[in-house]
Ligand binder design. Structure first.
Ligand code: ADP
Ligand code: MG
Length: 289
């Protein structure tokens, strides 16, 4: 591209709420054919709420929630915020705990009253050699968080995190522009499928239950298939995938680590600005050549 095209491009980006971190970025944008979206906090609000809290032990549902919230203090994952908010709404005070540990993509643990409390997903139970409840709870389309004390599952919570208001239109427009749109999440298959069906995505475009380190591999595999890939994400977990992608796109509300890695930051947090940036790139680089 000519220097003029680059200059025009980035100036127009700023006007549209896009922080574009380099002269060649906008030119790469018009070569994209695949765009991968993280789910939590990117396509969804990122503020999941507890919809159900169930005990499968002698503990009350309140005690299940109180223990979970106490352990989740040690995390800054959106799930932990939702659980802490639920406990606060029920005026449940947090207990004394120590030895907080985070297992990315699996859950969290801490010690309360000399007992190890684990709060996390099915893969986290299995990884900690904890036997899952039989039969498994369904809660289709919801994230399930299990609570175990000293290796025994005591209860669980279901959480839901709705789509942002502009997610559906953004995905529809990107598809109309000829892009393949992919959903990439660490959350369970059933949640990914529910979100995908709202967004009219096909099953081959869903990658669920992907561990943080696996997100990079998904991007790499697509690139090896010859696709020019953008990744949109907000979490610390997304940073390696943002770096691997041909174009990494962050959100203003995202974590610092994600935004330092991103090539473009959506300063208005509007997903529709992605559509804009592609149109801008196409207009700039198809005209001046
Ligand atoms: P994503 O950003 O796609 O949701 P993550 O890797 O952050 O992916 O999380 C994947 C899954 O790991 C979550 O859906 C949840 O089941 C589990 N998880 C992660 N962090 C926590 C936490 N603090 N408490 C409970 N579960 C967690
Ligand atoms: Mg996220």
């Amino acid at each position: 591209a000519t220097p003029t095209a680059i200059l025009v491009g980035s100036g127009m980006g700023a006007e549209r709420g896009l922080l574009i971190k380099g002269g060649d970025i906008l030119e790469r944008v018009h070569q994209l054919n695949t765009i991968v979206f993280d789910k939590t906090g990117t396509l969804t609000t990122g503020s999941p709420t507890v919809t159900d809290c169930i005990s499968i032990s002698e503990l009350s549902p309140q005690e299940i929630l109180q223990l979970s919230a106490t352990v989740e203090q040690g995390s800054n994952h959106p799930i932990s915020q939702g659980i802490l908010t639920a406990a606060k709404q029920q005026n449940l005070p947090l207990l004394t705990a120590s030895d907080f540990q985070t297992k990315p993509g699996l859950g969290v643990s801490a010690i309360i009253d000399n007992q190890i409390i684990f709060v996390g997903n099915l893969a986290g139970l299995i990884e900690s050699n904890i036997i899952p409840p039989q039969p498994l709870p369904e809660f289709l389309g919801k994230t399930i968080v299990y609570i175990a004390i000293d290796g025994k599952v005591m209860g669980l919570m279901a959480m839901s995190d709705p789509l942002k208001s502009d997610s559906k239109l953004t995905v529809e427009q990107l598809k109309n522009m000829g892009l393949r749109v992919i959903l990439l999440t660490g959350d369970r298959q059933s949640v990914a499928e529910a979100i995908a069906s709202e967004l009219n995505l096909q099953s081959e475009d869903i990658f669920a239950e992907v561990r943080p380190e696996g997100k990079v591999n998904v991007i790499q595999t697509l690139q090896q298939q010859g696709e020019v890939v953008a990744m949109v994400g907000d979490g610390i977990n997304d940073a390696p995938a943002l770096a691997q992608a041909d174009i990494g796109i962050g959100l203003q509300t995202g974590t610092d680590v994600a935004n330092e890695t991103a090539d473009i930051v959506l300063m208005r947090n509007s997903l529709m600005d992605i559509v804009d940036s592609i149109q801008l790139s196409r207009a700039t680089f198809n005209k001046i050549r």
